[in-house]
Design a protein around this ligand. Sequence first.
Ligand code: NAD
Ligand code: MN
Length: 356
Amino acid sequence: ARTLRIGLIPGDGIGREVIPAGRRILESLPSSLNLKFNFVDLEAGYDTFKKTGSALPDKTVETLKKECDGALFGAVSSPSTKVAGYSSPIVALRKKLDLYANVRPVKTTIGSSNGNPIDLVIVRENTEDLYVKEEKTYDGPDGKVAEAIKRISERASSRISTIAGEIALRRQKIRSAAPTSIRDQPMVTITHKSNVLSQTDGLFRETARKALAANKFSSVLVEEQIVDSMVYKLFRQPEYYDVIVAPNLYGDILSDGAAALVGSLGLVPSANVGDNFAIGEPCHGSAPDIEGQNIANPIATLRSVALMLEFLGEEAAAAKIYAAVDGNLDAGKFLSPDMGGKASTTEVLEDVLKRL
Ligand code: NAD
Ligand code: MN
């Protein structure tokens, strides 16, 4: 049996209710999968900051680096006004562990407007583009001028495109184990604005094309889409897409937009991925308005657990979780309040566990 060491970082608010659900589903996987888990409880977030003066204690980072194969991150609260010394622990973690890809699948079990289910994933480059935050402001002849650097490198564009191609191949495998989709060929859509930004986005486009032309991707259909028309098509025809790869800024915007296609934030997972590490993280925040009531939807977290497992090479285990979650949603009997149901966090979890 393989033993995976998983760091658990609940963070604040409902993170403390959904991360235990994530642990439970890992512990409940069928023994035929031959998987064992060691869990390490780790601290981060605003409450940790108030207690220790740091939102991301060194011990958390060191333990993840030295003792863990992957991790689950719940959510953290951010103070609404700037607090000296506080900065987001997840942003810092992405940097410290070189988690260069942000992966966000968006999936429905019921049909979209055209009657077909949505089943796509956005793969966002997470280290460069305008987010290098090299800005300056100066006085021009007609008042202040502000400028920002948009940096695109061959290395980052190549590795994000390669991971997008690998995700497309793997999704195809998982789909053929439990066919729910209309798609039979994996596809990657490269998103850019190289008609205007011929050098920066031009380099992204060209590098992505090159990376996806590798032999191992010969079965992957590669398309491209200018980002503004991408937004239009994503909303008109979301069921068309499989994997969408984008530079940081477009990926940020597209992935929040795509999350709106499925109704509740409580359903949308994500993963922060590097070459040797993956962190599963629900897309929602700490939801102080529903904290402590056992009504948070655990599904975004359960799907994040599956996504983490995919990147740790455990596709069969991931497929089991995806199928159990889809079964719960299809049956519609144990849905949490954000989905129009009456079930508690615990009841949704128990129903999913029964379907494993
Ligand atoms: P939020 O995602 O916490 O909540 C938005 C709305 O969605 C709320 O009404 C909430 O009740 C609901 N919701 C979210 N997750 C849900 C779930 N699993 N089940 C049922 N309902 C759910 O966003 P917000 O209210 O803007 O932010 C609250 C706090 O979370 C802030 O401090 C913010 O900074 C932080 N935040 C953190 C992250 C993160 O850790 N990645 C992301 C977004 C917001
Ligand atoms: Mn965002």
